[in-house]
Design a protein. Structure first.
Length: 377
């Protein structure tokens, strides 16, 4: 079996594809996997690190800015779409996949459209509760449209008959990582609470600003901190050091990018993060109480809808970025972790109730059916 994966721009599009690629390879060791992403995009770095073959195409996203710079960028994007379509056709002819699987982001557009024209079946998986533009544009041509929950299904055309609910693929070790073992690997040798916080691979300034203040305020308290500040958040290290925090102390695991997320999640008692779909799926599988700060800078405010899907199940807290401050965070952390962690335990219980497990297996089985149907024609 030959499978081509595509998706990129953010870790939320990349990680599900990577999780699926590993599952397919584990299930069928003789299968051939190729990942196609944007040249120079985040996926061009992260995917090869996972040992997955990668090829890049020339593609960029549209700007929403109504100014000269936005116009110039959109003009270039239109040119790139033409280039990307030609590059996609060349890759598809050479690799000859049995199926293409897209997990979101603008890179999926030219690749999957070209696959459709070449009569190569393709599947779209969307991890958001509010499916993206690419998913909506390609839904009618796809063999299957896979979504994470009933809420997502509501935002797609009602007459679509190719929709299935699968949840979001997550890394296999998220579900099995042991807390005590994880803490040992992280060098945490105490029983103090572990607060894990991050704002994505680039770094969310709002989260970095507030978490720096929070860590400094609680530097003398019995708390362990794991914080991923992202590519644009190196000022956090400077701020903490300036305020007397020794970053070599194992109480503080402060770094740009969290590559060992399974271990960090397993060790955590509370998570403070954005509401990207993959992150929320990992939180559900790991049953970790969370305070969600949805990004207001995403298409159709989809992170807010992602977060509310958990909040409405009494499985997480939300602080919108416009209300996010040291004071609001302090209040919410205290509420969740006080009284023998009653609220934290309630959140964990409800997360376990609503979590959809076995997503990789479901998508693998769906893919096999699509391939078999093509072969019978």
């Amino acid at each position: 079996m030959k499978i081509l994966f595509t998706g990129g721009g953010t870790a939320g599009h990349i990680n599900p594809a990577v999780a699926l690629a590993h599952y397919f390879k584990k299930t069928e060791p003789d299968s051939e996997i190729l990942y196609v992403g944007a040249t120079g995009g985040m996926e061009s770095r992260l995917v090869p690190e996972e040992g997955i073959n990668f090829k890049g195409i020339t593609i960029s996203g549209f700007s929403r800015k109504l100014n000269i710079e936005g116009f110039k960028k959109n003009l270039q994007t239109l040119k790139n779409i033409i280039i990307a379509s030609k590059e996609s056709k060349k890759i598809l002819k050479e690799f000859k996949p049995d199926i293409c699987i897209g997990t979101g982001g603008y890179v999926c557009g030219p690749l999957l459209r070209t696959a459709g024209k070449m009569k190569i079946p393709f599947i779209i998986h969307d991890s958001n509760s509010f499916p993206g533009v690419t998913t909506k544009l390609l839904a009618r041509k796809a063999s299957k449209v896979l979504v994470i929950n009933e809420e997502a299904k509501k935002h797609l055309p009602k007459n679509l008959k190719n929709i299935e609910i699968t949840g979001t693929p997550v890394r296999e070790n998220i579900a099995v990582c042991d807390k005590a073992e994880a803490k040992q690997k992280l060098g945490i040798d105490n029983d103090y609470p572990v607060i894990l916080s991050f704002g994505g691979s680039l770094g969310a300034k709002a989260i970095n600003d507030v978490m720096a203040k929070f860590i400094i305020k609680h530097k003398n308290d019995d708390i362990n901190f794991i914080h991923g500040f992202g590519k644009r958040g190196h000022f956090v290290e400077d701020e903490l050091t300036k305020n007397g925090i020794d970053l070599k102390n194992p109480k503080y695991n402060i770094k740009e990018y969290i590559k060992n997320m399974a271990e960090c999640l397993a060790a955590a008692d509370l998570v403070i993060c954005r509401a990207g779909a993959t992150t929320l799926s990992e939180i559900q599988i790991a049953k970790k109480p969370a305070i969600l700060i949805p990004s207001p800078n995403v298409a159709e405010n989809h992170q807010y809808y992602n977060a509310m899907a958990l909040v409405n199940e009494n499985a997480a807290s939300i602080i919108e970025e416009k209300n996010f401050s040291f004071e609001t965070l302090e209040k919410e952390v205290s509420k969740i972790l006080e009284n023998n962690k009653k609220i934290a335990n309630d959140y964990a219980k409800n997360l376990g109730r609503i979590a959809i497990t076995g997503s990789c297996e479901r998508i693998y089985e769906i893919s096999k059916k699509v391939i078999n149907k093509r072969e019978k024609r």
